[in-house]
Design a protein around this ligand. Structure first.
Ligand SMILES: [Zn+2]
Length: 170
């Protein structure tokens, strides 16, 4: 059943044939695909309604999909499609949308003391900063760093070279 959750929102012709074979009919996977699209639509609308500024990390999806460990979770959550929805809704609702450059070390940077941990691996979900000894949740730490970087970019232009401005409205 795992396979069912790992196909793309918009399968190409070959993927479509495989999916039909797997599900036994062409309507079954369409139903799941539509449920997923609805979920992304609702989530993106909610994020846009509740926030004036949306800052995301400009992930290198193409290379990440080549990494087998990562590709499963990335393609199943349809990240590119989700970002596309966020971008056009941000322009509809007059929100600020910012991308933080993919070379910004969001995971490796300690949000307390700005120490960069070059020995961090993908398997490390939690780590202790060797400089300030704070225990950091990898994703939560990265999200704080992206927010800080994004806001500093908004306040003073292209501050540290890690910001990539998409558009700022309003
Ligand atoms: Zn630290």
């Amino acid at each position: 059943m795992n396979y069912a959750y790992n196909f793309r929102l918009y399968p190409n012709e070959n993927q479509r044939v495989l999916l039909e074979k797997h599900f036994g009919c062409d309507k079954c996977y369409e139903k799941i695909s539509n449920q997923r699209k609805n979920f992304l639509q609702e989530l993106s609308t909610r994020i846009i309604r509740e926030n004036q500024t949306i800052i995301v990390e400009d992930l290198d999806i193409e290379s990440m999909l080549k990494n087998k460990k990562l590709s499963k979770s990335i393609s199943s959550c349809s990240w590119s499609e989700f970002i596309r929805m966020i971008i056009y809704k941000a322009s509809w609702y007059g929100r600020n949308f910012k991308k933080v450059n993919r070379f910004f070390p969001s995971s490796k940077l300690c949000n307390h003391c700005r120490f960069v941990n070059h020995s961090l691996t993908l398997a490390d979900r939690f780590w202790t900063c060797p400089n300030c000894f704070n225990i950091l949740d990898r994703d939560f730490n990265a999200s704080i760093n992206i927010k800080t970087e994004g806001i500093s970019g908004l306040a003073c232009g292209e501050s540290s070279g890690f910001m990539k401005q998409e558009f700022v409205t309003g």
